[in-house]
Design a protein around this ligand. Structure first.
Ligand code: F6R
Length: 242
């Protein structure tokens, strides 16, 4: 694992945007795995700016998002689909046909999940997967458990994840109970992984992720087994390690 320490959230975002831009500049038909949440917002802002300036071109890029809530239509403002449109896709020259987010409204969850993994394979696999990390060590919505779930699947959200995400809803009670998420195998098959982490409240979980046992109770710990992971974190997030 490579760890890049940045002096601020903005520098973390810019460093991540640099890595994604370099990927897209070197391979215009790149396949990017993307995340929602607060952490990557600055990276998206930076990429939008460079796209507007003509420095990075997304017209041939394909994207696959990590996850989506079950029961929220794409036009619901709390859906991850709406998040991605508002924070990124509406502002860059990506082809909407190349954007993939699990369909949280499907009545055939199994087909949706196997189809999602198949589409990733058909697109040539993910070149770079961007990840944030939950306070409980989840990546995507792979919650702490007794085993690492391999493929894209339906998951019941933990109470701590609902609490953490309640800030986007009208309180915890309105956070959906389930989501569709890429599995750990789906994520681990990405050729390169970039994990973004900021803030002191993530320091302990980041330490366990990087130096703790590889255990499904800390889902992100499996990243220790990937051959090309770059952690980009600010000082407070790395404070438990130093
Ligand atoms: C988002 C996702 C989640 C978040 C994690 C951290 O698509 O899959 O794993 O990355 O919950 O969220 P933030 O960045 O809001 O702290």
């Amino acid at each position: 694992m490579k760890i890049i320490k940045t002096e601020s959230y903005n520098k973390m975002s810019r460093t991540a945007a640099n890595i994604l831009s370099a990927q897209v500049i070197l391979k215009s038909k790149s396949v990017l795995g993307l995340a929602t949440g607060s952490t990557p917002v600055g990276m998206y802002k930076q990429l939008i700016e460079w796209n507007r300036k003509g420095d990075v071109d997304f017209s041939a890029v394909t994207t696959f998002n990590l996850d989506e809530y079950v029961g929220l239509p794409a036009n619901d403002s709390n859906s991850y689909s709406a998040f991605m449109q508002n924070m990124f896709f509406n502002h860059i020259n990506i082809n909407p046909d190349n954007v993939h987010i699990p369909n949280g409204m499907t009545e055939r969850v199994d087909e949706e999940c196997t189809g999602y993994d198949r589409q990733i394979v058909e697109a040539g696999g993910i070149d770079i997967q961007v990840l944030g990390i939950g306070h409980n060590g989840h990546i995507g919505f792979n919650e702490p458990g007794v085993c690492f779930m391999r493929d894209t699947h339906l998951v019941e959200l933990s109470e701590s994840t609902k609490e953490a995400n309640a800030r986007f809803f009208n309180g915890k009670a309105t956070v959906p109970s389930c989501a569709i998420t890429m599995g750990m195998g789906t994520i681990m098959r990405a050729k390169k992984i970039v994990l973004l982490c900021c803030g002191k409240e993530k320091a302990e979980i980041l330490k366990k992720t990087i130096y703790g046992d590889i255990d499904p109770i800390i889902p992100a710990s499996v990243l220790q087994l990937h051959s090309d992971v770059t952690v980009i974190a600010d000082g407070p997030a790395l404070s438990a390690i130093e």
